[in-house]
Design a protein around this ligand. Structure first.
Ligand code: KG4
Ligand code: ZN
Length: 356
């Protein structure tokens, strides 16, 4: 059995977890999250300075809580893990410094984790986790990517958004509709009673310089503009905004685009399993559409458990355990944080000297 304490502070959730692996199966022994969402909601988005300060206050309490709940001491751990990239620099620093200090004080290895690798690992926390190879649709506030994961753990990005991430589009459209922050859950709630077919909206595509379109890439900026134009037109007609129909139409087109391109990519790659992770994977319409359409094509679907879609530390622990099981022994204690660092470069987090 391997046991890790994992920390996550890359954006606006402070989180700590104790995660164990037994015979390759991940078990979350305790997972705690202190959300700052209400505080940032007042400003309509995440304020980096406030996020860092709140992490400093919340993280030590969360660490004490998850250790007390599991009866584990730092000395029992096989490693202390923390997200070190990508994210808000000041926010990332809190988990990175806390994790490295605990590791150094107790003579345990430190494992720096790439946040997206954490999201990918969240599927290991499902009741039945899929066996690679599979295609992952990673949809969060900062990223929309299609990634092929191979049996060896190798990851290859096959598709991406050229402008906003899907979650960012939810957040911006929610602001446009006056629905508040974070936009995803607000739009989902407003959309419940709406007509998803009422407003025809575009499915943005990305042109190739040599002609045609990138088949697995995404663009949400045209959709955002179409929503703005629709709202402006309704306002100029003096009509009250049909918020439920607007939210449902938007949610529907985003879900359709994500599902269509993922299924096409999986089929072209000869993969018979699709995995969905990240904050937007919590969306009910998207969850049901992907399940229904993949099943119709005989594709297996695994979606990260609802509570591990949005940011949490259990997924960071799962990623660290996978690294430990596959030859990584530690990151350098001199590693810092990197606000931007692509998933292709995740292996570099374990090099000496560290890349940042
Ligand atoms: O993965 P996550 O917690 O943080 C990042 O790594 O970005 O994702 C946050 C994003 C936000 O944009 C939020 O609006 C979106 O996930 N989100 C949702 C839902 N819950 C969270 N989007 C659509 N429907 C939801 N139910
Ligand atoms: Zn995230």
């Amino acid at each position: 059995m391997a046991l890790v304490l994992a920390l996550e502070t890359s954006c606006d959730e402070s989180a700590a977890a104790v995660v164990a692996s037994r015979d390759g199966d991940c078990q979350v022994l305790s997972s705690r999250i202190a959300s700052q969402v209400e505080e940032h909601a007042r400003w309509g988005g995440v304020v980096p300075e406030i996020a860092s300060r709140r992490h400093v206050e919340a993280l030590p309490v969360l660490v004490e809580t998850v250790l007390a709940e599991t009866g584990v001491t730092v000395g029992d751990l096989d490693a202390v893990a923390a997200t070190v990239a990508p994210g808000l620099a000041g926010a990332l620093m809190v988990a990175s410094v806390t994790g490295r200090s605990l590791a150094a004080l107790h003579g345990r290895p430190f494992i720096g984790v790439h946040h997206l690798e954490g999201h990918l690992a969240s599927v290991q926390l499902a009741d039945r986790s899929p066996e690679a190879p599979y295609l992952v649709l990673l949809v969060s506030g900062g990223h929309t990517e299609l990634i092929r994961v191979d049996r060896s753990g190798g990851m290859l990005r096959l598709g991406r958004s050229h402008d906003d991430a899907a979650g960012e589009a939810f957040d911006k459209v929610a602001r446009l509709l006056g629905l508040g922050y974070p936009g995803g859950p607000a739009i989902q709630t407003a959309a419940e009673s709406g007509d998803p077919q009422r407003f025809p909206l575009p499915k943005g595509r990305v042109s190739r310089p040599e002609g045609g379109f990138y088949p697995y890439d995404f663009s949400f900026s045209g959709l955002k503009t179409a929503m703005l134009r629709t709202v402006e037109k309704l306002r100029s007609d003096q009509s009250e905004l049909p918020l439920a129909d607007l939210a449902a139409s938007f949610e529907q087109v985003v879900a359709e685009v994500l599902v269509e391109r993922s299924l096409r990519c999986a089929r072209d790659q000869g993969l018979d399993q699709l995995v969905m992770v990240g904050g937007v994977a919590a969306n009910r319409r998207l969850r049901s559409l992907v399940t229904e359409q993949a099943e119709a094509l005989n594709l297996g679907v695994t979606i990260a458990p609802l509570k591990f879609c949005t940011d949490n530390a259990a997924m960071i622990g799962a990623a660290a355990l996978t690294r430990l099981a596959r030859t990584v022994t530690a990151s350098s204690l001199e590693i810092g944080v990197a606000p931007r660092w692509s998933l292709d470069q995740a292996d570099d987090l374990y090099k000496t000297p560290p890349p940042f």
